[in-house]
Design a protein around this ligand. Structure first.
Ligand SMILES: [Zn+2]
Length: 81
C-alpha cells in the first residue's frame, strides 16, 4: 500500500501535476488525496483557474514567497482541524 500524501506534499507536487511531470505513482497518490481532502481540492481548483488564465504554472507564477505563504496557510489549516 502506498503511503498517504500529506497536504504539504500535495502543494509541492501540484505544479508538476498540472504540467504532466509527476510519476504515475505520485499522480495516483495526489488524486487519491484529493478524494479525501476538501482543502486540497479547493487549492488544486484555484491552481487550475490560475493555469487557465495564464496558460501555465511555473516558478514565476508561483514565486517562492507565494509558495511559503501557501505552505504556511496549509500548516495553519491543518493545525486548526
Ligand atoms: Zn490535503
Amino acid at each position: 500500500m502506498m503511503a498517504d500524501l500529506d497536504c504539504i506534499d500535495l502543494v509541492e507536487l501540484t505544479t508538476d501535476y498540472f504540467e504532466g511531470r509527476l510519476s504515475p505513482d505520485n499522480a495516483a497518490r495526489l488524486e487519491a488525496h484529493l478524494t479525501e481532502c476538501d482543502g486540497c481540492t479547493e487549492f488544486v481548483r484555484q491552481m487550475h483557474v490560475t493555469q487557465d488564465a495564464l496558460g501555465r504554472i511555473d516558478a514565476e507564477v508561483v514565486p517562492a514567497a507565494g509558495r511559503e505563504r501557501l505552505l504556511a496557510a496549509f500548516r495553519a489549516w491543518k493545525a486548526g482541524s
